[in-house]
Design a protein around this ligand. Structure first.
Ligand code: OOG
Ligand code: MG
Length: 259
């Protein structure tokens, strides 16, 4: 069955449900339980959801990719890359504290961050995203699906701004190849290890995937934006204590989760 296009009013109501879930720290059932959502409308809901941050004086700080690793795709039962927006309110400084009460059921994952040094013209078919990136850093993302038990469909998670909740960036360094570096994340007494090669074989490929999705979904890519390339391993639950991610040759990044 083909999902019918939702009206602006319906888009707004669904974005409102996700917004309230975040603000009230109360999970909701899958939107797909009530309504069939086309992927185009899922990105419209995401935009309406993010605009609620902007209405409150926040600014877009960047973009994030999701499901760029086989481990994440398997963990979440999906099979395609997704893109969400990062807002300044989600940023935590390296080493800072993060209040767990803000979140429903947070998980943390190791990421590679890139920094855009120039605006990208989405209509320029010759645009070269690699030449518009000037720095790379170890990073961690805190994801917090607004859906009960992290159970969602592909369109659900796009609508929910790809579970984006918080992120922390380690020391920026000039751009270099980060194709196959070992990654270790420790949080809440658990540890996961992997390689940056799990990110589409090389995180640089996430930049190309991002440009492709951004063109189709009209997601602006601007100088100064942070790009999270997608988790290198499965996510682990974030509980009180220090979470730390170390990436070979890039150093480490930490956050202290407090209850
Ligand atoms: C969706 C977010 C996925 C990643 O790096 O793959 C993501 C989720 O797992 O809830 O951020
Ligand atoms: Mg992520």
């Amino acid at each position: 069955m083909v999902a019918k296009t939702l009206t602006s009013n319906e888009i707004d109501i669904l974005a409102g449900r996700l917004h309230n879930a975040r603000v009230e720290v109360l999970d909701i059932p899958s939107l797909a339980d009530d309504v069939e959502i086309h992927i185009d409308d899922a990105y419209r809901i995401q935009e309406a959801l993010v605009s609620r941050y902007l209405d409150r004086g926040h600014a877009i700080a960047g973009v994030k990719l999701g499901f760029t690793s086989k481990a994440k795709m398997a963990q979440m039962g999906v099979s395609d890359v997704i893109v969400g927006r990062l807002v300044d309110a989600m940023r935590v400084d390296d080493g800072d504290r993060l209040e767990l009460q803000r979140f429903i059921h947070p998980k943390i994952e190791p990421e590679i961050a890139y920094r855009l040094s120039r605006d990208i013209d989405l209509d320029d078919t010759t645009a070269d995203i690699e030449s518009c990136v000037d720095a790379v850093a170890p990073a961690m993302e805190i994801i917090d699906s607004r859906y009960r038990d992290f159970r969602f469909t592909y369109t659900d998670v796009v609508a929910d701004n790809t579970s984006a909740a918080a992120y922390v960036i380690g020391p920026w360094q000039s751009l270099r190849t980060v194709g196959d570096l070992s990654v270790r994340l420790e949080a809440g007494g658990q540890a996961v290890e992997g390689s940056t090669a799990a990110i589409l074989d090389d995180p640089v490929n996430a930049l190309h995937a991002l440009l492709d999705v951004s063109r189709r979904r009209r997601i602006p890519l601007r100088a100064g934006h942070v790009i999270l390339a997608g988790a290198a391993t499965a996510a682990i639950p974030l509980t009180a204590g220090v979470a730390r991610c170390e990436i070979e040759g890039l150093g480490s990044v930490t956050v202290e989760a407090v209850s």
